[in-house]
Design a protein around this ligand. Structure first.
Ligand code: GLY
Length: 562
């Protein structure tokens, strides 16, 4: 216990002494290394690991575990995610630690006898969960690239679980929204036994014990040991939804990242089972053909051009995206210049709005939550890491594994639970994303790295369910085409179109531009004003070779570095 406390404490105090921390500053710069995430504690931990000589992978592993404690609405050990990384002396890599459907899952598991979707079943409670991948993912990153002892990287998380972290206004608001469900599913629990206020310190002793076991035994504890036993025990009351075989069989998979070119920049992003990389590269290709750089930033023509490209990409997503270990995803075809040029030609020029009902997925020939969280890290050794991780909705399935203190994901809702029926993000899918045992559900998570002349230019990603892809897209456009700084880019109002439903979503602040909204309405869009879109954590290399943070003010995002 003393070891856990003191090591976590040393890491944190070494960071404090360097005055390396910025929270909601206008712009924050560092010269050597930087970590940006949804929580101050995680970013400080990342910077402290880098300060001690660890690399970006060490920092990322430590940050992931700290987020599991200090950002329980999305940080996790009960969920999964993706990493895109640029190791110093290797080709870029991608790691898929997405959840898998358990063996008991099947295509009709969320349907009643009449074949209708049972409301909420894929979102709330035990059967909403896929087999978690995060612990295996972190272990795999550490096995391949880590330089510091595994156990040391988990100490800061143990420290925050034992000694607590201070809840922010946003934490309390988000917790309030799920308090009844957390109570009804779990009975009295750590999140609901008192009415939490901003400024209170939340301690999680059961989670601390789980993290101590993971520090000692690695994934053996989570997938075969005591934590596995607690998960299995939790699932016993629910038809053994996840059992020991599901846990033992879980694997994280190294995949080849997708690469594309956009105005001379190299875009490195996540392949399937994420839809994010394919959609992002499709949209970027269309926007370059449509000469997006000639349009005034966030003008009527700019928004129409971007939104129409988004609609075409999301239509393809609905038909073709699935787990590449189960179906043949036509990645090469969907990204081929011939296919995209044909799609653009069929579409015409985006000077007018085409209703979603007139857009269909393209024809391929020769088939070859909203809560989630993203963090970005760069070190002074040439490594860059971009990780998006999730339990899907805020507080996932709301199931807290008894005596283990962590929340299970509700990622099963990212499958097409019935072809053509919308999931919680309004996204539809078909056969390619149907449920099968062991299969991974399609994701929108889009961890991305941009290079310029072979050097890291930008590390970027965001939460936001279906809006992840378009949030990442807008950071690339703002920075690469409109030459904005990283924080400036984060601060700009965002918009989003996903083909179906046929709405142009705009953040609240667009209401200040009533003339533009009127023009968008006249152009043919049905406008929906909605809560903030995305919470970006990004890093940009400036022209004078500094790192600039993008720590989104829509959340409590924070940067730390030196
Ligand atoms: N759970 C959100 C996503 O993976 O897209």
């Amino acid at each position: 216990m003393i070891l856990y406390f003191s090591l976590g404490y040393i890491l944190l105090s070494s960071c404090k002494s360097k005055n390396t921390f910025s929270h909601h500053a206008d712009s924050y710069y560092a010269h050597e290394y930087m970590a940006v995430s949804a929580r101050e504690e995680a970013s400080k931990t990342g910077a402290a690991i880098l300060e001690k000589g660890g690399n970006a992978f060490d920092a990322a592993v430590a940050m992931h575990f700290v987020l599991a404690v200090t950002y329980p609405q999305a940080g996790n050990i009960g969920g999964g995610g993706f990493m895109v990384a640029q190791p110093a002396s290797e080709e870029p890599v991608a790691l898929d630690f997405r959840e898998q459907a358990p063996a008991k899952a099947h295509e009709k598991v969320y349907l009643d006898e009449a074949g209708n979707v049972i409301p909420g079943m894929s979102i709330l409670g035990h059967k909403a969960s896929g087999v978690p991948g995060s612990v295996m993912g972190m272990f795999e990153i550490h096995r391949r690239y880590g330089t510091m002892p595994w156990s040391d990287l988990i100490q800061p998380a143990i420290h925050f679980a034992l000694h607590g972290f201070v809840l922010t206004e946003k934490d309390v608001t988000e917790l309030q929204e799920v308090i009844e469900e957390l109570d009804s599913i779990n009975g009295p629990n750590i999140f609901t036994y008192k009415k939490w206020k901003a400024g209170d310190t939340l301690k999680q002793p059961e989670l601390a014990e789980t993290l101590k076991r993971i520090a000692l035994f690695g994934p053996d504890d989570f997938y075969r040991g005591e934590t596995a036993r607690l998960i299995i025990e939790e699932m016993k009351k629910h038809d053994n939804w996840i059992d020991s075989i599901d846990l033992t069989n879980y694997k994280a998979v190294w995949r080849k990242p997708l690469k594309g070119n956009f105005y001379g920049y190299e875009i490195i992003t996540m392949p399937p089972p994420s839809s994010g990389g394919i959609a992002l590269l499709q949209i970027l290709f269309m926007l370059e053909q449509w000469k997006i750089h000639t349009l005034p930033f966030q003008s009527l023509r700019y928004i129409v051009t971007v939104a129409e490209a988004e609609k075409l990409a999301y239509a393809d997503r609905s038909k073709y995206l699935g787990d590449p270990d189960f179906i043949r995803v036509p990645t090469d075809s969907l990204l081929s210049k011939n296919y995209l040029n044909q799609r653009i030609q069929d579409y015409g020029t985006p000077t007018k709005v085409t209703p979603a009902s007139s857009i269909q997925p393209g024809k391929i020939f020769g088939f070859e939550s909203e809560e989630t969280t993203h963090f970005s890290v760069v070190d002074n050794k040439g490594n860059a890491v971009s990780i998006t991780t999730t339990i899907n909705s805020a507080y996932g399935s709301r199931v807290i594994v008894k005596s283990a203190g962590f929340i299970m994901n509700n990622e099963m809702d990212d499958f097409a639970v019935k072809p053509g029926v919308k999931n919680q993000f309004g996204l539809i899918g078909g056969k390619a994303n149907a449920i099968n045992p062991g299969k991974r559900m399609v994701s929108s998570m889009t961890p991305t790295i941009v290079k310029e002349n072979g050097k890291i230019k930008m590390i970027v990603g965001s939460p936001g369910g279906a809006t992840i892809i378009t949030t990442v897209l807008q950071q690339l456009l703002n920075v690469l085409i409109f030459k904005q700084g990283m924080q400036q880019s984060c601060n700009h109002p965002r918009f989003h179109h996903q083909w179906i439903p046929d709405f142009l979503y705009l953040e609240e602040s667009w209401k200040e531009k009533q003339n533009l909204l009127d023009s968008l309405g006249i152009a043919g869009y049905t406008i929906k004003i909605r809560p903030p879109i995305g919470r970006v954590s990004a890093i940009l290399r400036t022209h004078d070779n500094r790192w600039e943070a993008g720590a989104d003010r829509r959340g409590d995002n924070a940067a730390a570095g030196r």
